[in-house]
Design a protein around this ligand. Structure first.
Ligand SMILES: C[S@@+](CC[C@H](N)C(=O)[O-])C[C@H]1O[C@@H](n2cnc3c(N)ncnc32)[C@H](O)[C@@H]1O
Length: 198
């Protein structure tokens, strides 16, 4: 029986829906943009008590609010919160992971000048696609409603188009009748052996 009837809402909702089918108990995953911890908490639920979530952010305020959220849900043991840029993920995480998720932009309710930056975003996604296991995925919400977000959108698309079709299957969701700055969603899945024919 279905848990909840699907509703076409927004990029974050699409991300949560895909991840609920990609991430299972016992998995190791990365939240590349921790923010206020909503996504970290969701991943902690999906990986269960035997899994692990590595979460990154460059702002201490993000770690503080995420830690509080996880403690309230009694899930703090499932996550390691790392005060560092996601472009360093390969130095902090030494195991292959099932998923890496990016929710780009700035901390909701926080300083809008501390937004994700195109160069480091691209560096991090390039590392993420190498760190996922076959069948694993990189999930990306992009916010083109501001200048840096527009640059990120172009660079993310260029990177994704350059990926080998033999190695990865990729997808873009665009809300066609929404305003131009509406967030877009990208999913990259690493093919299992023998997959990749389109
Ligand atoms: C849109 S928010 C993330 C929202 C979050 N996933 C949630 O559920 O609340 C984007 C976050 O990326 C963080 N950020 C900016 N540059 C970063 C970097 N290089 N590495 C990791 N996080 C970064 C910002 O500080 C901000 O908290």
């Amino acid at each position: 029986m279905n848990a909840e009837r699907f509703e076409l809402r927004n990029a974050r909702y699409l991300a949560a829906d895909y991840l609920s089918r990609l991430v299972f108990p016992g998995d190791t995953v990365i939240d590349a943009t921790m923010g206020n911890g909503g996504d970290t908490l969701m991943l902690c639920r999906y990986v269960g008590p035997t899994g692990k979530v590595y979460a990154f952010d460059v702002q201490r305020a993000a770690l503080d609010s995420t830690r509080q959220k996880l403690c309230e849900a009694q899930m703090e043991n499932r996550a390691e919160l790392i005060l560092a840029g996601h472009e360093t993920m390969d130095t902090a995480v030494h195991v292959p992971v099932q998923a890496v998720i990016f929710n780009l932009g700035w901390l909701p309710g926080g300083d809008h000048t501390v937004t994700t930056r195109t160069e480091t975003t691209i560096e991090a996604i390039s590392k993420a696609v190498k760190m996922i296991v076959p069948g694993g995925a990189v999930s990306i919400c992009v916010y083109p409603g501001h200048e840096e977000g527009k640059r990120e959108l172009e660079a993310v698309e260029t990177l994704i188009r350059s990926l080998s079709v033999k190695e990865y299957t990729t997808l873009q969701h665009v809300f066609l009748n929404a305003h131009e700055g509406t967030p877009r969603y990208y999913l990259i899945q690493k093919n299992r052996n023998g997959r990749g024919e389109k």
